[in-house]
Design a protein around this ligand. Structure first.
Ligand SMILES: Cc1cc2nc3c(=O)[nH]c(=O)nc-3n(C[C@H](O)[C@H](O)[C@H](O)COP(=O)(O)OP(=O)(O)OC[C@H]3O[C@@H](n4cnc5c(N)ncnc54)[C@H](O)[C@@H]3O)c2cc1C
Length: 369
């Protein structure tokens, strides 16, 4: 029953959100301990695409993702059947980065910054003074719940109430094949999308996502003959791994001395590619609120940060639900690529609210025409 030394911030979960929050708090001078029940580098079903706003959010935490060996991509391509539309990001590039490489990169940075890292350490309950890790009490002033979408900290702190909660199911596999495009691709079919992210010069990450928990990657590929044909000759570079993609907004993300960050605090649909960006931004906001000893400021910032990706997520889910609308949208964007370029600028936060409205009107007009 040896107690650990007490810490200013105890982080439950050493995934990207926990490590980012730990780094941000360490940079502001807090003593930080992270506990995770797994061993690094932790893998997870993920599309492994980080949009330019995510690259910038990581940089704001002192993380130059370029140093982690990513494969850059120039923009996004939508494809359905023979129709396709592509656009470049207005500034910067997106990065495709294997999840294990991202995790190791974050672990190394946290270690160098002086974060205390406890691996293979399961947090079993919270008390006012801290948290129980296996059979030891860690005393902490603040606790961050970064234990993922199925967060126990959220439950223990009574923060489960949500305004919305819907889920889809994603299955991921890597293929040994040179990326054939400078874009991250989203292939659309009725009820399912497959997205392809280049993650190195010789490998792509392929994710199928749908509302059907039984639709595995091979079954989904049958709906995309061109893509299946391309991947048929390529060797699999990883086994299939599944995950749940939630669209979830919580009513509250903090109570007393506990705050939630990353997927534990709510999430946007995976197809937006904004999960990692959001958690980097939340980590910075949480550290700022801790430094001011005011978690209500974190609540406000958390709501603000989620607004744009949630809105873009809704838009993408609408395209998933209404095939005719989706086909018309892709056709309109193929005819006038500026529409897609502006939509992408909106997606990565580089278009003003006025520009967003103007683009919506242009897109509507183009679809009517
Ligand atoms: C199919 C799919 C595709 C996606 N594609 C993308 C994409 O292309 N781009 C993007 O930006 N985002 C994507 N996302 C979202 C992104 O993966 C998540 O937002 C991100 O992984 C959340 O990180 P996290 O640290 O909050 O949670 P997690 O990565 O789930 O980490 C939680 C950690 O907590 C630990 N833990 C849990 N319980 C305990 C406990 N009791 N004690 C100790 N440790 C505990 C776990 O071991 C784990 O390491 C995708 C998600 C899915 C499902």
């Amino acid at each position: 029953m040896m107690p650990h030394p007490s810490t200013d911030l105890f982080v439950v979960g050493g995934g990207p959100a926990g490590l980012a929050a730990a780094l941000a708090a360490r940079r502001l001078g807090l003593d930080v301990t992270v506990a995770d029940c797994s061993q690094p580098p932790v893998d997870k079903a993920c599309g492994e695409g980080i949009m330019p706003d995510g690259v910038r959010a990581a940089r704001a935490l002192g993380l130059e993702l370029e140093d982690a060996g990513p494969r850059p991509f120039a923009g996004i391509r939508f494809a359905e059947g023979t129709e396709s539309a592509a656009a470049r990001f207005p500034t910067g590039r997106g990065f495709g980065l294997r999840r294990t490489a991202l995790h190791q990169f974050l672990v190394d940075h946290a270690h160098q910054a002086g974060v205390r890292l406890l691996w293979g350490a399961r947090v079993t309950s919270l008390v006012n003074a801290g948290a129980w890790v296996d059979d030891r009490l860690v005393r902490a002033r603040w606790i961050a719940g970064a234990d993922g979408g199925n967060s126990a900290v959220r439950r223990w702190a009574g923060l489960d109430a949500s305004r919305r909660d819907s889920r889809r199911y994603g299955f991921r596999r890597h293929y040994r094949i040179a990326p054939w495009s400078e874009f991250m691709e989203i292939h659309w079919a009725d009820g399912c999308q497959i997205y392809v992210t280049p993650v190195s010069d010789g490998e792509v990450c392929v994710v199928a996502i749908s509302r059907d928990p039984r639709l595995r990657l091979d079954g989904a590929l049958a709906r995309f003959p061109q893509l299946r044909c391309r991947l048929e000759a390529a060797a699999a570079a990883s086994s299939e791994r599944g995950g749940v993609s939630c669209t979830r907004r919580l009513k509250r993300v903090w109570r007393a001395n506990v705050a939630l960050v990353g997927d534990a605090s709510g999430s946007v649909d995976a197809v937006t590619g904004e999960g990692l960006c959001l958690l980097f931004q939340q980590a910075a906001a949480l550290a700022g609120a801790l430094a001011r000893e005011d978690l209500s400021a974190y609540q406000a910032a958390h709501g603000r940060l989620g607004r744009r990706p949630e809105w873009m997520g809704d838009l993408m889910l609408m395209l998933d639900r209404f095939p005719a609308l989706r086909r018309r949208t892709i056709q309109a964007m193929a005819r006038d690529p500026r529409l897609f370029a502006r939509m992408l600028a909106m997606h990565v936060g580089e278009l003003s609210p006025f520009g967003c409205v103007a683009n919506g009107l242009s897109l509507g007009w183009e679809m009517l025409v």
